[in-house]
Design a binder for this molecule. Structure first.
Ligand SMILES: [Zn+2]
Length: 356
């Protein structure tokens, strides 16, 4: 099986003074590894950028206006929290929340005031979207700062009631740096039908998303949050039955949003392929294993990591074209046993004669 080469591997290679262009012919390069090679070719090899935004780590802010000699936390004083909330780093993240909200709305992934977004900005603090505002038209000044219990620490608008679910994800999954919740119609259609999208059809979906379905509970309740949180150890994208989708990312909020684009495009594609009258062609378990290797090297969870080939690509629940278990009427009549038919007629005649 091919070796997966990540950006870190290439970085290590360069550090050892080896030639990164001399990789094994069958090596599989991750997208970030390809970027590094491209940068090298362009003779502008930078230090690899950290996937973590500086402010998202909750690190002290180093501006003149800063009042943070140490990292802030939920226990910081109200004045410290307010200054943190107004800091340039937070302002940049507020702009990013507006940007992601606009993209969710433009793609029709949210409706009315639906959907919400959160970014972890310290171990026990998150920046999030407000309640009762369309995600397509938010302003940076609408954003809220909350602790992981949902207590609002800063912001003039009230935080979304669904924040509890985002916070439960962050509590249960320490790697979660950002969360996005929305109602993309195709993916939500799968969630309403209770059908987990089939696998082994599109590489991006296999590499970047790990999907599971959580049962329905009233949105915003602790029970709903718990059912979602129970799944985030091995999944980064949760279909919420009769509701929508929530995703988390170990990188940043844009990456959490990308999960939505990837999932929604995938669900649309699967539905189109199901209508073409031919069984969908799937990749082989061996091909899937290569993708799962890349997924693992990117630090993305998947319950299939370490499974045997024979257990991969199991789409037993996915039967496109099966719309109804009851055969059409003509078929029912044709297949009736003649004796049974005579009996039904006799009983019917008897009932009718009694009615007269
Ligand atoms: Zn919702």
């Amino acid at each position: 099986m091919a070796t997966v080469i990540t950006a870190k591997d290439i970085e290590a290679l360069i550090a050892r003074g080896e030639d990164p262009n001399r990789l094994p012919a069958d090596a599989l390069l991750t997208p970030s590894a390809k970027d590094v090679l491209r940068d090298l070719a362009n003779r502008r090899l930078p230090g690899l950028s950290s996937p973590v935004a500086p402010a998202a780590s909750g690190a002290p802010v180093s501006t003149a206006a800063s009042v943070f000699p140490k990292a802030v936390s939920a226990a910081s004083s109200p004045a410290e929290l307010e200054a943190f909330f107004q800091s340039p780093q937070m302002e940049a993240l507020k702009e990013q929340l507006c940007d992601i909200g606009r993209r969710l709305w433009q793609r029709a992934y949210v409706d009315g005031n639906g959907g919400n977004i959160a970014i972890r900005v310290a171990d026990d603090l998150a920046l999030c979207t407000p309640t009762l505002v369309s995600k397509g038209f938010m302003k940076p000044s609408d954003m809220c700062l909350v602790d992981l219990e949902g207590n609002q620490k800063a912001g003039r608008k009230k935080r979304t009631s669904e924040i509890l679910m985002h916070l439960q994800i962050m509590k249960r999954q320490p790697r979660a740096k950002a969360t996005v919740h929305c109602h993309p119609p195709y993916a939500t259609g799968f969630a309403v039908a209770g059908v987990e999208p089939p696998t082994c059809m599109i590489p991006e979906y296999e590499v970047f998303a790990s999907v599971a379905i959580a049962p329905y509970r009233t949105p915003g309740t602790p029970e709903m949050g718990k059912l979602v949180a129970d799944l985030v150890d091995k999944h980064n994208t949760i279909l919420m039955a009769n509701h929508g989708v929530v995703s988390w990312s170990h990188n940043d909020v844009e990456d959490a949003y990308f999960k939505m684009e990837i999932l929604e495009a995938y669900c649309r594609t699967v539905l189109v392929s199901a209508q073409l009258g031919r069984p969908p062609q799937t990749m082989t378990p061996d091909q899937l294993k290569d993708l799962l290797k890349i997924k693992q090297s990117l630090g993305i969870p998947d319950p299939r990591h370490g499974l045997k080939e024979c257990e991969l690509c199991d789409n037993a629940d996915w039967r496109p074209g099966v719309v109804c278990a009851i055969p059409p009427k003509a078929e029912t009549q044709a297949s009736l046993d003649p004796d049974a038919e005579a009996l039904v007629r006799a009983v019917t005649d008897q009932i009718l004669s009694q009615k007269r």
